[in-house]
Design a protein around this ligand. Structure first.
Ligand code: SAH
Ligand code: SF4
Ligand code: F3S
Length: 452
């Protein structure tokens, strides 16, 4: 090849040519983090983020497969881009995330307009893949799991702000019978302890005050040198300058006293908000879900939490209409919701997922029963959550300020209990923790006044 020809081949850092990227993100915080990672990589290639797909020459749909609905949304979103693709031959469209991992080549076979399909372990190959689809115009499918590779990534985030997410594990080995995640995210791997300590300190140096540690089951974190989740929290609290630590999601079967001891000992840094998905209040249903705990064991954990940390705030996930769920078993979920004062719940109608055991259970529940049960759970929760929110009236909460809104002249942030609170204040408060007196309290958002 002549030197002149070589010079005309753009390097990876020039491929974007200043053009726009639109990423649409479905699903959980893992996907949010992956989207941010992709955008960081793409900016290194001279792309920039744009707010609408019409302004983009690269569109990425970062998909979720947890229930049927999000999968449909992915298909209909791609459909909306068909005309744009016909009108603009430079436009490249790809699907990443859990649907990409689940469907692999089949997704491109079903939707030939896709230029690339990237699985959940292939995010870091994005620059190379974009180079291939842009320069050679060749479609790429890369959805192989890196089961054996160690999980060595550094948090990549453009503007971390005050509060950010940090992955500590990837994948899941629990194989709950309803859940697709073990098939879309692969085997569980933990990041090395030292990497996490350095990563969090670097974020602190960039102005981050709060991290939320992320994993499908953070409680089964285990570093290469055998440090468990409680040990990780302790070291993060002691050895980094982070002000607030949160984590999600906890699995009840791995939630132990040692963790509560660390939380109780480091209340200055570890927030007392715990998302502890129960899924069902019936031990028989939990057994068929393969959750690894009974109703009584779950309630025992809740009791242990309150005994060590009386001011703990809990939230949960519920599935209604799991195959074979009888009316009596469903009522046990309702009674559990009465027993445990969850401030927030995420409730879903069971949705059969590919590869999972429960999709083959013969006693599937009708859609009408599922939606009727879902409505009952939501109605019950509405009642309790308003009552629980009222308890905050007149209290003084510690708010870490995250945002300032120009139009209203208000700042907003979250309390230790993860309540969103807004109040009148200036931009200079961003990043500060201030005391706010609560004057209006709804379940999802509260209004207050700063106490100075
Ligand atoms: N790792 C987390 C859950 C991640 S998925 C945990 O174990 O708690 C988030 C939530 O989606 C689950 O807690 C569950 O309530 C819901 N979910 C998962 N699969 C589902 C399915 N097939 N149908 C309905 N809801 C589901
Ligand atoms: Fe899914 Fe269960 Fe793993 Fe959570 S613990 S991601 S529900 S398999
Ligand atoms: Fe969805 Fe995958 Fe998260 S299925 S909920 S994006 S792990």
């Amino acid at each position: 090849m002549h030197t002149a020809e070589l010079q005309s081949i753009p390097t990876l850092t020039q491929i974007g040519q200043g053009e726009g990227v639109y990423i649409s993100t479905y699903g959980c915080q893992m996907n949010e983090n992956d989207s941010e990672r992709m955008m960081s990589l793409l900016e290194m290639m001279d792309f920039h983020s744009v707010p609408t797909p019409e302004q983009a020459s690269l569109i990425i749909i970062n998909s979720c497969s947890i229930r049927e609905k999000p999968v449909h949304k992915v298909h209909s979103e791609v459909g909306r881009y068909r005309k744009m693709k016909e009108a603009n031959p430079r436009l490249r469209i790809g699907v990443t995330g859990c649907v990409a991992q689940q469907e692999k080549d089949q997704l491109r076979a079903d939707i030939p307009l896709l230029d690339f399909v990237l699985g959940t372990d292939a995010i870091d190959s994005l620059p190379e893949v974009i180079a291939r689809v842009r320069l050679n115009n060749e479609p790429v499918v890369n959805a192989r799991f890196q089961h054996q590779a160690p999980y060595h990534i550094e948090t990549l985030i453009r503007n971390p702000g005050v509060s950010t997410f940090v992955n500590i594990t990837k994948g899941c080995d629990n194989f709950c019978t309803f859940c697709v995640v073990p098939f879309t995210r692969g085997r569980e791997r933990s990041r090395p302890l030292q990497h996490l300590l350095t990563d969090v300190q670097k974020l602190v140096d960039r102005g981050v005050r709060e991290v939320t540690l992320l994993g499908q089951n953070v409680n089964s974190y285990e570093s290469e040198c055998g440090v468990n989740f409680a040990g990780l929290l302790k070291q993060l609290a002691r050895q980094t300058g982070i002000e607030r630590i949160r984590y999600t999601t906890s699995h009840p079967k791995d939630f132990n006293e040692e963790l509560m001891d660390v939380m109780a000992e480091h209340q200055d840094k570890i927030m007392e908000f715990i998302h502890l998905p129960v899924q069902s209040g019936s031990s028989e249903v939990l057994e068929r879900m393969h959750r690894g705990y009974s109703r009584d064991e779950y309630l025992g954990i809740v009791e242990m939490i309150y005994s060590r940390l009386p001011n703990a705030v809990l939230s949960t996930d519920i599935i209604v209409g799991f195959p074979g769920e009888t009316e009596a078993q469903f009522q046990q979920t309702m009674s559990l919701l009465n027993e445990v004062a969850y401030e927030n719940i995420f409730a879903f109608a069971y949705s059969p997922r590919p590869f999972t055991k429960a999709q083959h259970f013969s006693d599937q529940i009708s859609e009408s029963v599922k939606s009727q049960r879902l409505a009952q759970v939501l109605a019950l929760h509405k009642e309790t959550s308003y009552a629980l929110a009222k308890q905050y009236l007149g209290q003084s909460l510690q708010i870490l300020v995250e945002k300032f809104d120009d139009e209203t002249g208000r700042v907003s942030g979250r309390s230790r209990q993860n309540k969103s609170v807004y109040f009148t204040g200036g931009r200079e408060l961003i990043g500060q923790t201030v005391t706010v007196h609560i004057q209006e309290a709804l379940p999802l958002v509260m209004r207050g006044e700063r106490v100075v």
